[in-house]
Design a protein around this ligand. Sequence first.
Ligand code: HEC
Length: 140
Amino acid sequence: MTLRFLLALAALSTAAPALAQTPAGGDSGGGVVRVAKPVTGQQVYEAVCQACHMADAKGGTGAATIPALAANPRLAGAAYPITLVVKGQGAMPSLSGNLDDSQIAAVVTYVRTSFGNHYAKPVTAADVAKIPHPAKSSGH
Ligand code: HEC
């Protein structure tokens, strides 16, 4: 699962050169891949979340049980999905080392307004900044 996830991140920076503005060497140290910006919430979803939550956001069962994001009432409040992405939980990794606050805001807005969810209020980078971020891992 983790490998698949890292490959998905790597695919974004190589498969979308028009979007990739990663500084030279930015994705080399320790194999840590940064998602280049700007990207839309949908692009972040497809590059990062889809590997686990699946293209239809219905989740699945494999090495870990992945909850569906589709038609998920737990997305009604923005703080919960923001917290999951920023901090991780259980088998879901913290993604705040790979995504900046505006990218997290974009993807949380995307999942809250897609896949049968209709929570229209956009999430902002300021909303994301309010959630305490874990210390950055080494290698950055
Ligand atoms: C490496 C696999 C993986 C990736 C990548 C991943 N998730 Fe998750 N996600 C999980 C797992 C596993 C859980 C269940 C966590 C738990 O509670 O144990 C989860 C839970 C969630 C939940 C809570 C769902 C609920 O009903 O409680 C949300 C919201 C969520 N993820 C959003 C995202 C978003 C948005 C992204 C992309 C930015 C993402 N996830 C990327 C594996 C992943």
